[in-house]
Each structure stands twice: as C-alpha cells, then as structure tokens.
Design a protein around this ligand. Structure first.
Ligand SMILES: C[S@@+](CC[C@H](N)C(=O)[O-])C[C@H]1O[C@@H](n2cnc3c(N)ncnc32)[C@H](O)[C@@H]1O
Ligand code: SF4
Ligand code: SF4
Length: 450
C-alpha cells in the first residue's frame, strides 16, 4: 500500500493555549513563555469555520479537541462541536474537567450525544493529584463529581493517567476509581519529555516501563476494566514480553494518520512538537499534509534502526521521546542490543491467529462512509474506533454489496479476494472478522432488530 493517505484520519485541534492548571509534566511547548493567560492564543469563531470547512472538504472523519484547557473557551468549543456535528465529523474532547459545569453537561447530553471525553487525572489520591497538576485544593473533588455526572448521563468517558515516577504507585487505586466511576477505558500513558523538564527527571526508567505495563495487564484482569496506553514504545523494548502482544497496536501515527492544528493555526505532525509545516489560515490543509511526506518516508528514522527486523511495525518508536533535541535521535527506550539476546521465536513476525468461521450472512452497515485512497479506501462510521484501511478489491466488493443492499457471507468474501494459500485465506478471514467486530458488517438478524 502507498504510505500517504489523501488526508489525516484524526486531527487534534488545540482550541486554546490557556489552561487553569499547571501540570508539571505538560508537554505544551508554549507554557514556559506564558506568564499570564492573557498572552495565550485561541481559535476565534471565524478560525473555527475555516478549519471545519477544510476538514469537511477533505473528508476527515474525526477530530480531538484539546489545548490548553478547551472548556476555558466555552463559546468556541460548542461552536466547534456544532459545526463538526453538521459536517458529520466525530468529535472527542481532551479536558481536565475542572471547568465543566452542569449546564455544559446538559448541552453535551441534549445536543452532542455522539461526543466522547478523555479526562486527565494524575492520582486517586486527591492531594497528590492537586500537587502534580498545580491545581487548587478542592479541584479533585470537583473533577470526580463532574466525571460521575457525565458518565451517569451516558456520555462515554475515559480516564488518562500520565505516569511519572511520582505517581506510579497509584496505578491500582486510580484504576479502581475509574472502575467505580464507570469509565469506558483506563489509560495509563507514560510521560513524554517536555521543555519544562528537559533533563528527564519525570521520565520512567525502562524497568519502570516494564513494570507499569505488567501492572496495567494485572489491573485489567483483576478489575475487569478495559485498559490502554496512549503512546507507543519501541519494539526492541517490548519483544519477548507479554506487553508486546498486548500493546503493539500502538505505533507513532504523527503525519501518517494524524496532525495537530495549534491555536495559532500552525499544522504540526504531533501535538508534542513545536515544528509547524504551515498555517491552515494561509495554505490548504492538503498542501501542508503533502509537505509531511518525510514522516511517511522514514526521513527521521534513526540510523541504528534502518536494518531492524521490526522497522516497518515500529518505525523507530517515538520521535519526541528523546532527551536531546532533533528528530533523528533514538527513542529513549530503544534497546536494539536486547534483540540479539532473544530466542528466534520472539523475532519471527506474528501471523494472524486462527480465526473461527462466521457462518451468519452479513450486510454492510448503512452508516458506513468511504474515502477513496490511492491504495483503496478508508472506511469509517461515526464511531471513532471504527476506522479501517482496505485495498481496491475489498472496497470494490463492499461498495457493490452496499449499493445493491445485498447480503453475503464469509465464503463469497473469500471468493472475491482471490486468496489461494492457507496463510492468505487466514488473512482474509481475519479481515472479515475485523469488519464484523468494528461494526462495518452486521448480521441480517441484527439489521432486522435495528
Ligand atoms: C495537553 S492536554 C490538553 C487537554 C486537557 N487540558 C487535559 O489535560 O486533558 C492533552 C493530553 O495530554 C496529556 N499529557 C500532557 N502532558 C503530557 C506528557 N508530557 N506526556 C504524555 N501525555 C501528556 C494529558 O494528560 C492529556 O490527556
Ligand atoms: S490540564 Fe492539560 S493543558 Fe493544562 S497543564 Fe495539565 S496537561 Fe497541560
Ligand atoms: S531498533 Fe529501532 S526500529 Fe528496531 S525495534 Fe528498536 S526502535 Fe524499533
């Protein structure tokens, strides 16, 4: 498949640079220069209109509203939600929840019920959370009460705990809180370096990373709560451990599927980076996207990674997880030497697991949208987790059955694929299962029930 998508799949929009907290770990590059909130920038209503037009004309399926604290710009956040709703773009919000009032919750529930929320919490110990977030006393209680209210009203909420040396011990109690609240997912995300702590004092050691991932899997089983990480790790750190199987779905997507639009209009491959490739107010999004080809062509892959077995899956880990400035540096956690000491079976690429045959007949879900791509298409629905890339023959088949509203089964899907060998057929069965799992294909009985 060609590596460049026609446009991003998800765009992070930094609505504002203002924030009422002072998290010591916050990656926002503008923070050190910002002595008062008056200096910070935000997107105006006109800016928002311009941005959403650009996103809609490029069929961008989803956005993440972030900042700064997006609820410090109430008028603009609701305008952005309104415009994206009209354009059929899914929105999720990253927030610290401390500025969300009852009337905001009512508005979200009544008018934007398709939105999802990721909120930041650094510990279920109130004093520890407030200390690490640089937030006033009482903030913790407000945040937890707001989260509980939003969840009660049916909006999907996930909790993101940024892991640093100081709060590692609080993983289980924070996950227990997430479970009690009823969050959709408990995310435990390693802290990335930032300009306020460039010496890496906040960063986890490799041993602490291993421990935290094992702990996350233990918590998943113990509490029966979905868990995730919102960053990526180099494969050479994880191969040979159970965390490799569990968390290798996360790789760097900067410039591949996502970009960030800053409050000044600058378009960046990653929220953690200051480098902009152009302003959305002066150039079409698509032109700026094209300028990021280097990200897709491996321009910033470190020299030591070039001959690595895992390069295509790993892409050299994270480009900002380094202690020295520059994009060519090895990820702080990369350990290529470790690969040489592992048994051969750990180094062979994984093939899709044996899949059980799905016998029921299916139909394409009527809400599925397609975006043509050079290699085939991007298919998606308003569910942010339902996004897949498929090749030409698959998309031709799917569009044909969708147009004729025809039902079909795994057998006809296998037929159209032309798969011959056992491994190819297994790959196609896996694809079919994924289409069902993500809700692109629904069984006839389910369709009738709807
Ligand atoms: C910059 S915040 C902006 C939105 C909102 N103020 C919040 O805290 O959720 C976006 C996300 O980045 C996470 N984050 C902040 N600094 C980070 C860092 N150095 N490494 C990893 N994640 C970080 C936050 O926890 C949050 O989930
Ligand atoms: S609340 Fe969010 S934007 Fe504000 S300082 Fe913390 S991480 Fe940064
Ligand atoms: S050597 Fe580089 S490409 Fe290979 S696993 Fe490590 S970070 Fe990834």
């Amino acid at each position: 498949m060609s590596t460049r998508l026609s446009a991003p799949v998800d765009v992070q929009i930094e609505l504002t640079q203002t924030c009422n907290w002072q998290c010591r770990h916050c990656y926002n590059f503008w923070r050190p220069a910002q002595t008062t909130t008056n200096l910070s920038q935000h997107l105006s209503c006109d800016n928002i209109i311009h941005i959403v037009k650009e996103l809609a004309s490029n069929q961008v399926p989803s956005i993440t509203i972030t900042g700064g604290e997006p609820f410090s710009r109430r008028r603009e956040i609701f305008m952005l939600l309104e415009m994206t709703k009209k354009a059929g773009i899914h929105a999720s919000i990253n927030t610290n929840l401390s500025l969300v009032g009852k009337e905001d919750i009512e508005k979200l529930v009544d008018e934007y019920n398709n939105v999802s929320i990721l909120f930041s919490l650094l510990s279920a110990d109130a004093a520890e959370h407030e200390r690490l977030a640089g937030a006033p006393s009482g903030t913790y209680t407000k945040v937890i009460n707001t989260a509980a209210l939003i969840i009660q009203r049916g909006i999907p909420v996930s909790l993101n705990m940024v892991l640093m040396r100081e709060n590692l011990h609080a993983m289980e109690i924070t996950a227990r809180l997430a479970k009690r609240l009823g969050t959709r997912t408990f995310c435990a995300t390693k802290v990335l370096p930032n300009t306020h702590a460039p010496d890496g004092t906040l960063l986890l050691s490799a041993e602490e990373v291993h421990w935290s991932l094992a702990e996350l899997m233990r918590i998943e089983e113990l509490l029966d709560i979905p868990v995730d990480i919102l960053g990526c790790y180099p494969r050479c750190l994880l191969v040979g451990t159970s965390a490799h199987q569990r968390f290798s779905h996360r790789t760097c997507v900067a410039g591949y599927t996502t970009v960030t639009i800053g409050a000044d209009g600058g378009v960046r491959p990653c929220s953690h980076m200051e480098m902009s490739y152009g302003s959305i107010f002066h150039e079409p999004l698509i032109d700026i996207w094209e300028k990021m080809d280097g990200w897709r062509e491996g321009e910033f892959i470190p020299e030591q990674c070039r001959n690595c077995l895992f390069l295509s899956a790993c892409r050299g880990g994270c480009r900002v997880n380094t202690l020295t400035p520059g994009l060519h540096n090895m990820d702080f956690y990369a350990d290529p030497q470790r690969l040489t000491s592992l048994p051969q079976k750990c180094l062979t690429p994984r093939i899709p697991e044996e899949t059980s045959d799905i016998v029921a007949k299916s139909i394409m879900c009527p809400q599925v949208k397609f975006r043509k791509e050079p290699f085939g298409a991007l298919i998606y629905t308003t569910n942010p987790l339902a996004i897949m890339l498929v090749n030409h023959s698959t998309i031709d088949f799917l569009m044909n059955v969708a147009e004729k509203r025809e039902d079909f089964d795994l057998f006809s899907f296998l037929e159209q694929s032309g798969a011959r060998t056992e491994a190819e057929r297994r790959g196609v069965k896996y694809l079919y299962q994924k289409l069902v799992r993500k809700g692109f294909l629904i069984t006839l009985t389910e369709h009738e029930r709807r």
